[in-house]
Each structure stands twice: as C-alpha cells, then as structure tokens.
Design a protein. Structure first.
Length: 438
C-alpha cells in the first residue's frame, strides 16, 4: 500500500531545508556515516549531523528521524520535531512525518495518517490510508478506497466519492473518476470535466495534463496553453516550464512559446531566476534567457533557495554556493546505493539486489540478495558473492568473482544509471537510496 505521505517525504528529502514566514533559512549537511545536520546561510554549523533524515523547517519546526533504543536491541526509527537549536518540541513517536503546511502536519502511525498542530496535538485523527497537504484550507484524505476533502478541523467538505484526488492550487484540485482526470473547486463542483489520462496539481496558475501519452498545460479556465505534444513536462516557475521531446529538454513560456531550445539531457525548474541543466553528463546554470551563467562542467548542481545553491564535484563533495557562485560550505557526500538486475531465460526469472554502502574508513560494504523463479517455484537467496567495487572520475566498475565486470556512470546525487555487463551485454541499473542530496 502506498501513501501520499511517502511522496511528501520524498520531496522533503530532496529540497533544501528553507524557512518561511521570515525565519532564517537553514540547509542540510551530511557526514560520512550519512547522518544529517544543518548549517546557516553563512556556512556556520547550527546542528551537528545526528539524525537519519530531516525535512523542511516551517513555522520554526523541523521534522527529523532518529533511532530510539529499544529493549533487547530492538531499536525503532521514529519521527519527531525539533527547533533550529535542536530542542525536541514534538516527541519522536511517529512512523513518518511531514513538514507543516497551514499550521498542520501529516503524521503516520501503524499505517494510518492524520494531522497534528504546532504543539503536537492531534487535530484530525489518524484513521486514513492516504493524506494530502493542506492548501487553500482543504486537504484530501482516503478512506474505504475512496477520496474526499477535509477542512482544518476535520470536517468533511467534499464527500468520499472520488477514485483519486490531488492537492489544491489556484483554488482547484485534480481528481479522477472512471479513470479520467478533471478538476474541481472547493465546493466539490466540477470545473474542468474529466477527460485527461493524467493530471497534476495547479502550480503558479497552470496544471500539467496528458492525453494518449503526451503532455501539455492548461490554465484555470481549462484552456490548453500548449499543445499536448511533449513526452514529459515540469511545473511552471519564474514564468517558464520545462518540456521534453525526443529525450531533450527546453523551456516554454506561459503562452506556450518555446524560448529555450530542446538541447538538455535533464533540467531542474527555475528558482530565483536560475535553472540547473545537464549536457554531456555535466551540469551548470542558465538564466531565464537561456544564457549559461555557470559553466556546464560540474558533476551535479542544484537550484538556488534563499540565495544558496549547490554544486557537486567529481570527488564526491557537495559545495554550497552563493549567487556569485562562491563557496560557503562543502562536505563529503556519503555513498550509499543499490545495484539491481532483473533477467529472464527459459527457466524463469531472477531479480538480484546489491546494497552498497561506504563505511567510515572509506571502504565499501556490499550485501546481496536474490529472488529466483524457476519453473514456477520462487525462492530467496541471501548469499554474498565476492564483488569488487571501484570508482574513478565518476565511472563505477563492479567486478564479480566469476570474472564478469559491469561499468557505468555514477551521479553523486542519484538517478538511474545504465550498466553494461561486458560478458553478455545484459542491462544493469544503479540507484542511490530514496533521496537525493539536495
């Protein structure tokens, strides 16, 4: 079962922990053991790395996860909330927890989600299987396989009649009925009829929609401002949206005009007037005119938030930079990842997984598991083969005890990477653990 909160937490892990409401911003840093702490915008350490995971600071509270010692060595990983000095404000008792939005945060216990306030008081009981983010005073929840919307007191505003529901934005929210997507208003009235195969939340006045596998954008009146002709799109920011055709990304305006050519392998949307782009496996920054303002030569780059961006070096460091691209703080990124392969032959299929973690002494620990299905019989194997792991100049090499080698390009902040097994050209994939170092 998947929960909306899981998506929320993913976004928590990959955004800079910024502030709102006049609070001073803070930014996450990691030590070699993958623990997270925080620095200020000037690079001063505020909290030493001590937490397993952390989210965005909102209303002065930061959701963090830590290990709670248990009896007979049965430790538990629980979420709670601290302030910028590290003081515990809301106890560590949740299985998952989000940042606050409109003074309420989503929390999960025993696979049920609900909402708490800034003092940790449960405002909406933990009785739902999916919970959204409060926007415009409403949040979606799921109960008995259907979705509806609550206000911030827990009152049902839109009944549980929807197959799926999204978050509000620009006073509209996407929903699904009969496997088609449309948009409704805060009273539950359908404003844009369900006719799309997919639809996303409205962001900055526009929503991404798709038909027959092609994406475009609509405005709040339902008018298509671009043709539905793109393979993928990303939300509008700074008046521009990223669009993809034939494996290349560019940017369009709110009128649908392509103003930055389709020439990049990957992009991250504009923030504070700059976007991060990738070409020939290297990253840099462009401005809203498409001009390259920081050379595309880095092994990674992440957008600016509150005047701070970041770059990644080929030796595995993350460097926080200011708007003049001057370093304010750097740290070594912990290398943690999973190498997997899935293959089929006449006898059935095999799924293998290698968990690769760098230890404090800079060596690597590799654990192995496999599941095989042979002539309809499935079994699990947890043996550990001899695997040698090396990395140089961004190229990863895996050497197996039987002489097989696999090589591929490694991204320091994590994305799927194709490996070629030299023996038979089988395809492999490497993926960092479920968060990016953002």
């Amino acid at each position: 079962m998947k929960y909306k909160i899981a998506k929320l937490l993913l976004s928590i892990y990959i955004v800079v922990a910024v502030s709102c409401g006049g609070e001073k911003p803070i930014f996450p840093v990691y030590d070699i053991t993958d623990k997270v702490g925080f620095i200020s915008a000037t690079g001063s350490i505020l909290l030493e790395p001590a937490y397993e995971k952390a989210g965005e600071m909102v209303n002065g509270l930061i959701p963090v996860r830590k290990v709670i010692p248990g009896e007979e060595g049965k430790d538990q990983k629980k979420w709670g909330y601290i302030n910028r000095t590290g003081k515990e404000i809301i106890p560590f008792e949740y299985d998952e927890a989000s940042s606050f939005s409109e003074s309420l945060a989503t929390v999960i216990q025993n696979k049920k989600c609900g909402y708490i306030d800034l003092k940790g008081k449960t405002i909406i009981p933990l009785e739902y299987t999916d919970c959204g983010v409060f926007r415009d005073g409403l949040a979606f929840v799921k109960k008995d396989a259907l979705y509806g919307y609550l206000d911030n007191t827990g009152k049902i505003i839109i009944p549980f009649t929807l197959e799926w529901a999204g978050d509000f934005g620009s006073a509209l929210a996407p929903f699904r009925q009969k496997n088609q997507y449309g948009f409704l208003d805060k009273t539950g009235k359908t404003v844009i009829e369900p006719k799309y195969n997919k639809a996303r939340n409205f962001v900055n006045g526009f929503a991404a929609v798709s038909q027959k596998g092609k994406f475009g954008f609509i405005d709040t009146a339902g008018k298509e401002i671009t043709k539905l002709e793109y393979d993928e799109v990303k939300d509008f920011s700074d008046g521009l949206a990223a669009v993809k055709q034939k494996k290349k990304w560019g940017f369009v305006t709110t009128s649908g005009t392509l103003v930055i050519p389709l020439e990049y392998e990957e992009v991250i949307p504009f923030s504070e007037g700059l976007a991060t782009v990738r070409k020939n496996r290297l990253w840099g920054f462009i401005d809203t005119t498409g001009k390259v303002v920081q050379e595309i030569k880095h092994h990674g780059a992440r957008p600016f938030k509150n005047g701070i961006g970041s770059l990644y070096t080929k030796d595995g460091k993350k460097v926080y930079i200011d708007k003049n691209f001057k370093e304010i703080y750097s740290f070594q990124i912990p290398r943690v990842g999973t190498y997997t392969r899935f293959a089929t032959d006449y006898a059935g299929w095999i799924s293998e997984s290698f968990i690769i973690k760098r230890k404090a002494d800079d060596s690597f620990n590799v654990s192995y598991s496999a599941m095989r299905n042979t002539f309809g019989r499935t079994n699990t194997d947890a043996s550990e083969p001899s695997i040698h792991w090396t990395e140089k100049d961004g190229i990863v090499t895996l050497r197996f005890s039987n002489g097989i080698t696999a090589t591929g390009w490694f991204s320091p902040f994590g994305e799927y990477i194709n490996f070629n097994r030299h023996e038979d050209d089988a395809k492999f994939f490497f993926k960092k653990r479920d968060r990016e170092f953002y």
